[in-house]
Design a protein around this ligand. Structure first.
Ligand code: SAM
Ligand code: SF4
Length: 485
């Protein structure tokens, strides 16, 4: 019944994709590029690194060389350069967010996901508007400013409902603040539906392709579900762009197929968007690894599980290949993995995350919901993760200024490409972190955090911005909030 609903609902739109003879992912070509560069020479790797150093998006063959590099000496060089690029382009900061799970009801049956319709062990729930307000209030009181709303695909969570949830999230005010940016992770939608999202002011629209490999995609997503339609998903970001949403996030779920192929898929996807939309590639790339999930045997033993060393290499390759795309590392990963991977080019992480529907309210009493989409690796509080981050020579940021000043899409790419981000993002990171310290931090975090702020402010000494930064910090101490450049 559900199946009929979604195929019928999108039947007009699906025609467009069903009549294409091919899409922009050519499986055979990707494999031939990877095979061509099996075990490349040091000189080939260094040639690619030389290009990457200029902060130019790499071509698929160049990325294949980095992916296939087995030589420890040049792998270390890749890590050093990935770290350098991250610092030069994004500054020494990490942007924090936390997901908000709205509904685990889902008509699809993805083999790896705890929310899939055939999973009888999952307790199904869609938050009411009151419950959303309650969750958001808790998040705000922990210090969150950015969230990503997550939904299964169900007639109950249709576009109008999702728009209401976004409005609700933005409407909640607590003593010190509010959520200033709500991103979305939901099923692919039609252009008409996406236009409604635009009206309610969503941040990034994220859809993960899960796997770019056509055959694997077919195997893990039953064909009688709308998720089984590879191209409906593959072109979902195109439809978002067509509907005026120029801030889109792509991703792959690692463990379904060979990680090397997926990285190539992510690159081809970025190139496709760049070429079609005036140089505007994806705003972010996500690369979750499959985690165990309630009632989901497939997730216990993913066919192509990615080990930690390959995971590190994969992140560095992405940083070097698409220097201007944000990279998101989630709390699916354990703290020790996050510490190692963040310096390789990550620009966003989540902290204080709870992924059960209603998870923030339940966690208040330290009660963890036992039926979730998957298991989290990093259950530390936001305050603990923020403090840990301060020891990694990077400032935690809760900034949302770009989105609110219209610096997204084409204009964002222009700013990012001229390293403009450094001059805007770093001061804004300082201001939002100061707010966090004043309003939410523990004494221990305040101590470490104030020191980091002083160190970072000193970096601006001698620049025109120095006086502005000092002035804004004073104003924040005097009770003003939400100051940004
Ligand atoms: N239902 C929407 C969809 O599938 O696009 C969006 C929400 S879904 C809950 C968000 C993402 O969670 C999926 O795109 C998938 O990559 C990821 N995911 C699903 N099962 C997972 C698992 N067992 N471990 C880690 N991530 C998982
Ligand atoms: Fe549903 Fe998304 Fe989970 Fe698939 S990944 S079962 S579509 S929630």
């Amino acid at each position: 019944m559900m199946k009929l609903n979604f195929f019928e609902k999108y039947s007009q739109d699906l025609v467009e994709y069903d009549k294409m003879d091919k899409d922009f992912i050519d499986d055979a070509k990707i494999w031939s590029q990877l095979s061509k560069w099996e075990n490349p020479k040091q000189a080939d790797v260094r040639r690619v690194l030389k290009k990457a150093e200029q902060k130019i998006r790499l071509e698929p063959e160049e990325t294949a060389i980095l992916i296939q590099n087995q030589d420890n000496e040049t792998i270390q060089e890749m890590y050093i350069l990935a770290n350098k690029l991250k610092r030069e382009i994004y500054g020494d900061r990490i942007v924090f967010f936390a997901p908000l799970y709205i509904s685990d009801k889902c008509a699809n049956n993805c083999k790896y996901c705890g929310f899939r319709s055939s999973n009888n062990e999952m307790v199904r729930k869609t938050l009411t508007m009151e419950e959303i307000a309650q969750e958001v209030k808790i998040m705000i009181e922990e210090g969150q400013k950015r969230t990503v709303l997550v939904y299964g695909e169900s007639p109950e969570t249709n576009i109008d409902f999702m728009c209401e949830t976004i409005k609700k999230v933005y409407s909640v005010k607590s003593q010190h603040g509010e959520i200033r940016r709500a991103n979305i992770n939901c099923a692919p939608l039609s252009r008409e539906e996406l236009a409604k999202f635009r009206q309610v002011g969503i941040g990034t629209y994220q859809v993960f392709q899960e796997t770019y490999h056509h055959e694997t995609y077919k195997r893990v997503h039953p064909e009688n579900t709308i998720k089984g339609h590879y191209r409906w998903r593959l072109y979902s970001h195109d439809r978002a762009q067509d509907a005026g949403i120029d801030d889109v996030g792509i991703g792959a779920l690692f463990g379904l197929y060979d990680w090397r192929f997926e990285v190539m898929g992510l690159l081809y996807h970025s190139i496709h968007l760049e070429e079609k939309y005036n140089g505007v590639g994806p705003h972010t790339i996500s690369f979750p690894r499959i985690e165990p999930a309630t009632g989901t045997p497939y997730a216990d033993y993913p066919e192509y599980a990615v080990g930690d060393e390959d995971f590190k290499k994969m992140v560095a390759v992405l940083r070097l290949s698409v220097p201007y795309t944000g990279l998101i590392l989630t709390a699916r990963e354990k703290p020790e993995v996050r510490r190692e991977v963040i310096p390789l080019g990550i620009s966003q992480i989540d902290g204080g995350t709870r992924i059960g529907v209603g998870g923030y309210s339940k966690a208040i009493g330290n009660e963890l919901p036992d039926r979730e989409q998957f298991q989290l690796g990093d259950l530390r509080s936001l305050d603990d993760i923020v403090r840990d981050n301060c020891t990694m020579d990077s400032i935690p940021s809760f900034c949302t200024a770009c989105y609110r000043t219209g610096r997204t899409g084409e204009s964002f790419m222009g700013y990012a490409k001229s390293s403009f981000v450094h001059n805007f993002c770093m001061p804004n990171a300082i201001f939002t972190f100061k707010e966090y310290l004043l309003d939410y931090a523990t004494e221990e975090t305040k101590k470490v955090g104030e020191k980091i702020i002083n160190d970072y402010v000193l970096r601006f000494k001698g620049e025109a911005l120095y006086a502005t930064i000092k002035d804004y910090l004073k104003r924040l101490e005097n009770g003003e909030r939400d100051l940004y450049i």
